[in-house]
Write a protein that binds this ligand. Structure first.
Ligand code: ACO
Length: 323
């Protein structure tokens, strides 16, 4: 029997501390106007000292489980997307697994930087479709504040910390309600390493390192690859842009999001934007945006939701779901 992954809950968590553009401008040669105009970012959340990626992930996961009336032991798969794990090993996912009281199945991390949530969603969706697991939690959680060079105004103003989670249940593919994850589409191009990477790691410098980026080149490639993967996702499902109820993009830059939307002829009012308040939270940005739009009633059962992301690697991907 074949299954489909139905969405049964979502959750989110943001650290308490808000850092505004104005606050950054007191210690860096930058301004609120520059940051807003180039990126759409107005503020970001920054994790407290000692608050780890696993803490953010745990809170988002708990919320998703509680809203679905479930607990950790209902899960048999936990896939956590992060580029900022608590430790080099073990996976941050197993720390979250233990805290949730999940004692069966498997938990592991997926590393695709800003595309991590789409990659983790694809892994979980495939496992559910094949009957390898029945209930899966997909988490995107990041503390990018820990890998930023706070002297580099070209990068440190762009990112924030946060976590979001999506709970999936396997249902029979032949059921009457064709709701759930319709398809996932993944890509990467390792030749583009140098335009976005962290200059450290356990096997190279033995230090964590800092994020380095050629912003213009990332921007250019993002618009190109995101447009093409969104076309691919629409075609795979026989959908037109006008069929999309909500575009929930990775929140890297308002100008990238708008450029992709324009290329596709998508209605700008159908885009869920959180970047002004959250900045770029890497793998957490899509589930954070999903959670917000579900809670405020924009995304409703039956809606067609298009998700897309691009990140370091390069990696990029898209997914379409019927909520
Ligand atoms: N405040 C003020 N001035 C700044 C700042 C800042 N925070 N940062 C850079 N500048 C200056 C530069 O020094 C440069 O000055 P110069 O002309 O005197 O040399 C000038 O602004 C222009 O710099 P550019 O880097 O060319 O600016 P650009 O218009 O390309 O905008 C940005 C930079 C916002 C990073 C843009 O390239 C971008 O958004 N790229 C996409 C990258 C991205 O979103 N990455 C996120 C990770 S990947 C992902 O999630 C998709």
């Amino acid at each position: 029997m074949m299954f489909r992954s139905q969405i049964v809950g979502c959750g989110a968590y943001l650290p308490e501390r808000i850092v505004t553009n104005e606050e950054l401008a007191t210690r860096l040669d930058t301004s609120d106007a520059w940051i807003r105009q180039r990126t759409g970012i107005g503020q970001r959340r920054i994790a407290a000292d000692g608050e780890l990626t696993s803490d953010l992930a745990y809170h988002a996961a708990r919320q998703a489980l509680e809203r679905a009336g479930m607990n950790g032991n209902d899960l048999d798969l936990l896939v956590l997307a992060t580029a900022t794990p608590d430790e080099t090993f073990p996976a941050t996912a197993v720390k979250v697994q233990a805290r949730l009281g999940m004692t069966r199945g498997a938990a592991f991390d997926v590393q695709a930087v800003c595309s991590g949530f789409i990659f983790a969603l694809a892994v979980a969706d495939n496992a559910l479709r094949l009957g390898q697991a029945r209930t899966a939690l997909v988490i995107g959680a990041e503390t990018f504040s820990r890998i930023l060079d706070w002297q580099d105004r070209g990068t440190c103003v762009l990112f924030g910390d946060g976590a979001g989670a999506l709970l999936l249940n396997a249902v029979s593919e032949s059921g009457p309600m064709q709701r759930g994850i319709l398809s996932t589409h993944l890509h990467s191009d390792g030749r583009q390493h140098d335009i976005l990477y962290v200059d450290g790691g356990p096997s190279s410098t033995r230090e964590t390192g800092y994020l380095r980026m050629q912003g213009r080149e990332v921007f250019r490639q993002a618009v190109h690859h995101l447009s093409s993967v969104v076309d691919e996702a629409l075609a795979a499902n026989g959908l037109a842009p006008s069929d999309i109820d909500w575009l929930v993009p990775h929140q890297a830059n308002t100008r990238i999001i708008e450029a992709v939307g324009r290329k596709l002829g998508l209605d700008a009012e159908k885009t869920v934007l959180t970047i002004e308040r959250h900045a770029n939270t890497s793998a957490a940005s899509i589930p954070l945006a999903l959670d917000e739009a579900v809670r405020d009633g924009r995304i409703r059962p039956g809606h067609i939701v298009l998700m897309e992301a691009l990140g370091g690697g390069l990696t990029w991907g898209a997914s379409i779901a019927r909520w």
